[in-house]
Design a protein around this ligand. Structure first.
Ligand SMILES: NC(=O)c1ccc[n+]([C@@H]2O[C@H](COP(=O)([O-])OP(=O)(O)OC[C@H]3O[C@@H](n4cnc5c(N)ncnc54)[C@H](O)[C@@H]3O)[C@@H](O)[C@H]2O)c1
Length: 339
């Protein structure tokens, strides 16, 4: 089976490429190497004999002309940084929505199926804030699911991903392009070069490993009480494999995919785990300013994805973090410039 992974030199895309290649899929990546670390992943893919086409997917002419016809396109190319999405709105729309439009055009031309990596940020900011208050009062867990409200401001990034989801459904209706949409929460794992607004877990661990005190609990009184569920990349890859295998039977569906309640953690609890596994303790500072884009709560309801695929994340929080730490230690000199 032939697969194109757009954004194949990013964190998620490169891990998917490697995973599928190891299962003997024919995989190519299309990535314009816009991240500094994309070049490192390019080398990694090349060592695995995975070709990358250096094409800007937002350039329709170039992408459509790509002479590679895939059975499935996995669309992971995006500009997922949340805060900066309101700084250059057009760039964000280009890299998130227009890329999806071009992927759909290519899928139409080549009769390919599509798996789209969407995000939990399609849900409104105010809903996360309301659920957080309810969660703290232990009123209910009220997790996010496929039917949760999507109306309301959510960030430009979230908007462009939701618009992509909607466009995919229009193409399905008008041109019979079959699709699956995975709305993912926070994903982490080896080969993630965490920054404050993208890849927080690996950033947290890296700072602890390096005894670097330059870390902040930001927003919500600087308490570090924000809650997220953590999905490890290997679990996501296993789900994608199941989705490809069962595509004929299960298609044209949207799934919420995340670590779930079992792998949910407050930021200050994540600190404790990082301290325990690195044996380093930091003096984390407090920044009381809450960004208009900051959300305090996201936990995924896994009911639908469990029902359809009998899938659930297998990786335990601490074991997953240990695996990232091992990767960091093993590749320390190579990866240091990219954090
Ligand atoms: N990392 C997470 O926690 C997370 C959570 C939810 C959803 N997602 C989704 O997963 C996907 C991958 O995210 P990631 O964390 O790997 O991001 P990433 O930034 O590490 O990777 C994105 C890759 O896409 C490439 N790219 C961007 N614009 C491009 C363009 N116009 N043409 C060609 N290539 C382009 C970049 O060069 C980069 O290599 C995204 O769709 C994102 O919305 C990620």
């Amino acid at each position: 089976m032939k697969v194109i992974v757009t954004g194949g030199c990013g964190f998620v895309g490169s891990n998917i490429c490697e995973f599928l290649k190891n299962l003997s899929f024919e995989v190519v990546s299309v990535d314009n190497l816009s991240k500094i670390y994309s070049k490192l992943n390019l080398k990694r893919l090349s060592n695995l004999s995975i070709k990358n086409y250096n094409i800007d997917v937002s350039d329709k002419n170039k992408f459509i002309k790509l002479n590679y016809k895939a059975d499935i396109i996995i669309d992971c190319c995006a500009d997922p940084a949340v805060e900066s999405s309101r700084k250059d709105i057009l760039k964000n729309i280009n890299n998130n929505l227009i890329t999806t439009y071009n992927v759909l055009e290519k899928a139409k031309k080549d009769n390919s199926k599509l798996i789209f990596l969407s995000t939990s940020r399609i849900y409104p900011i105010k809903d996360s804030r309301q659920k957080f208050t309810a969660f703290l009062k232990k009123k209910n867990k009220n997790l996010f699911n496929e039917g949760s409200n999507i109306i309301g401001p959510k960030t430009i990034y979230g908007f462009s991903k939701l618009a992509s989801e909607m466009l995919i459904k229009e193409y399905n209706y008008a041109f019979n392009i079959d699709y699956l949409i995975n709305r993912c929460g926070l994903i982490t794992g080896p080969w993630q070069f965490g920054k404050v607004e993208q890849g927080l877990v690996s950033l947290w661990l890296w700072k602890h490993l390096n005894k670097d005190n330059n870390l902040y609990y930001k927003g919500y009184n600087g308490s570090g009480n924000q809650i997220r569920d953590i999905l490890f990349i290997n679990d996501l890859c296993e789900l994608l494999y199941l989705q490809i295998k069962k595509f004929k039977k299960i298609k044209n569906q949207t799934f919420c995919v995340g670590g779930g309640i079992k792998n949910s953690v407050k930021l200050n609890q994540l600190t404790k785990i990082c301290e325990e596994i690195t044996k380093n303790k930091l003096k984390i500072k407090h920044d009381l300013d809450t960004s208009i884009y900051d959300i305090p709560f996201y936990i995924t309801s896994l009911d639908k994805v469990k029902k359809y695929y009998n899938w659930r994340p297998k990786t335990d929080l601490k074991i997953g973090l240990y695996a990232i730490l091992e990767w960091m230690k093993k590749n320390y000199t190579l990866i240091k410039p990219h954090f």
